[in-house]
Design a protein around this ligand. Structure first.
Ligand SMILES: Nc1ncnc2c1ncn2[C@@H]1O[C@H](COP(=O)(O)OP(=O)(O)OP(=O)(O)O)[C@@H](O)[C@H]1O
Length: 268
């Protein structure tokens, strides 16, 4: 069982960032194919960590390590140590369903349920018994929509079917849905890939706000996006973690020639 972490989160950015995940010698196989090879990485809380690298290098596979989503893929096998708040999340007493409630995920394409805006957000808190009555649930839904930057646009039409929202609004709705179950961590797998530039800018501004309360790990194909929004960036290549550093340093002064080649567009 995972013990829920302290909810008194720092509001500013000045405080030193505690460690959220500690991964050592993490490998992942799909059948005989090794998709990740001996990854060591420490992920700080209250910050944005970007995972970049050429197609097929293992970014999504690594992202799914943090909430055990790879467990749901037949033939996928993880080895090594992955600790969250000093607890081994692959330990025998960990319930992956509860883990995924603490480590929420937003995917490439928003996929709201074919229900109302309200029901989409209320579903998780109801399932996990987080609220005692309708009033508390209403507050939870409103707070989650506010945090996801969507409240003002939907407050007068909470009963409208969610698929009727724009794609950018749908992406913020699924973010609200993830926030409603009070996660500590938000994983994002190319969340802006189906958004136009304006919706992308909104999402990026939102990520900047959210990192004061959550640990955010984001897979992105856009190096410009990684540079804009992340504090630290990990560059992967062929299943290996080649370089992991503060984002400005990785982009201006990479130590490995493969990182240099990738960020200068020589491959990928
Ligand atoms: N379910 C699976 N079964 C078998 N192989 C898989 C599976 N998922 C991913 N792979 C393989 O593992 C490797 C890493 O894939 P992954 O999706 O993690 O890479 P990625 O860097 O996120 O790629 P992209 O940027 O194209 O989305 C690839 O070679 C991919 O083909």
């Amino acid at each position: 069982m995972i013990i829920r972490s302290d909810r008194n989160r720092p509001s500013g950015q000045a405080a030193p960032k505690p460690l959220k995940f500690r991964c050592r010698d993490v490998s992942l196989h799909y059948g005989d194919f090794r998709a990740l090879n001996g990854i060591d990485i420490d992920i700080a809380d209250y910050s944005v960590t970007a995972l970049i690298g050429p197609s097929g290098c293992g970014k999504s596979s690594l992202l799914r390590i943090f909430n055990r989503m790879n467990d749901t893929i037949p033939g996928a096998r993880v080895s090594g140590t992955i600790q969250m708040d000093n607890t081994d999340i692959y330990g025998p007493d960990i319930d992956p369903v509860l883990l995924r409630a603490r480590v929420g995920m937003v995917f490439q394409k928003p996929s709201p349920f074919p229900r109302s805006v309200y029901e989409n957000v209320a579903y998780g808190p109801r399932l996990h018994g987080l609220t005692r009555n309708r009033t508390e649930l209403d507050v939870m839904v409103e707070n989650s929509l506010r945090r996801a930057g969507l409240w003002d646009e939907v407050k007068d039409r909470l009963s409208m079917p969610a698929p009727g929202l724009s794609v950018g609004q749908q992406q913020r709705l699924v973010l609200a849905r993830a926030l409603a179950i009070e996660p500590d961590v938000i994983l994002m797998d190319e969340p802006a890939s189906s958004l136009d530039p304006i919706a992308t800018a909104r999402l990026e501004a939102l990520i900047e706000e959210l990192k004061t309360r959550y640990c955010i790990i984001i897979v992105t194909h856009s190096m410009a996006q990684a540079a804009r929004i992340s504090d630290r960036t990990a560059f992967l290549h062929q299943g290996e973690l080649i370089e992991f550093d503060q984002t400005d340093r990785l982009f201006t002064n990479p130590t490995d020639t493969r990182t240099q080649d990738y960020i200068t567009g020589r491959f990928g």
